[in-house]
Design a protein around this ligand. Structure first.
Ligand code: HEC
Length: 206
């Protein structure tokens, strides 16, 4: 009987190497040499690095499944222009510092690639995460109240307490304070800002 084990071993190695070349080496050749770019307007190197708090926030974003409803990849499409998601399409270099990329598949909510330049107020984000419908009536976004702490007011109000509208019922004598997780998540949302130009994807001026 003929021994077929050597040719089949060679075939396995060949297909393993082919897979490696296509999946690892080719993207590495395409994107491995990405560098920072000097922004003409601010003189900063872009993309900007994320703070430690924002990096922690990206974990909270991941754990809470925000990417189920939100994409983080702006396109050069009419929809993105009309919605004002971004003034240009996202490219590989934009994700230079991102600890993980949450490109996402569904847009049940707006694309968040550039949300930090659209919504700059931490206060807004906290109120929105705590009670989305108070800022966006009819929103289907779930409330993330478990990221906040309801605390009895002792003496003066805390400077960190959320300023909620009267439609949100909070027991008399209590206030709502963001947890460390909520603060990290909001730092992450504020860091999502692609309002700089890149040679391969310049900002589209109106
Ligand atoms: C079930 C789908 C769903 C999930 C899950 C979800 N969102 Fe949303 N989100 C929406 C929808 C719909 C809107 C638009 C209405 C609104 O502003 O509430 C929205 C709006 C937003 C906005 C405002 C964007 C803008 O341009 O105005 C932010 C910021 C946001 N979501 C962050 C988050 C974060 C962070 C999480 C996870 C902790 C999350 N969302 C989870 C559906 C979702």
């Amino acid at each position: 009987m003929k021994n077929n084990s050597i040719p089949s071993f060679v075939t396995i190695i060949f297909f393993f190497l082919l897979g490696w070349l296509l999946l690892i080496w080719t993207p590495y050749l395409q994107f491995g040499s990405q560098k920072l770019h000097e922004d003409q307007e601010s003189g900063d190197l872009v993309p900007r690095p994320l703070s430690g708090l924002a990096i922690r926030g990206s974990k909270i974003y991941e754990e809470n499944g925000c990417a189920t409803c939100h994409t983080q990849q702006a396109r050069n499409s009419n929809e993105d222009k009309v919605q004002g998601y971004s003034k240009r399409a996202s490219v590989a270099r934009d994700f230079f510092y991102q600890p993980a990329t949450f490109a996402g598949m569904n847009r049940f909510g707006p694309d968040l690639t550039n949300v930090g330049s659209r919504k700059k107020s931490a206060e807004w984000h906290h109120q929105h995460l705590f009670a989305p419908q108070t800022l966006s009536p009819g929103s289907i976004m779930p409330s993330y109240q478990f990221l906040y702490e309801k605390r009895k007011i002792v003496g003066q109000h805390s400077g960190e307490a959320l300023k909620l509208p009267s439609s949100v019922l909070i027991e008399e004598g209590y206030e709502v304070i963001p947890s460390e997780q909520a603060k990290a998540l909001v730092a992450y949302l504020l860091s999502l800002d692609q309002s700089y130009s890149l040679p391969e994807s310049p900002l589209i001026e109106e």
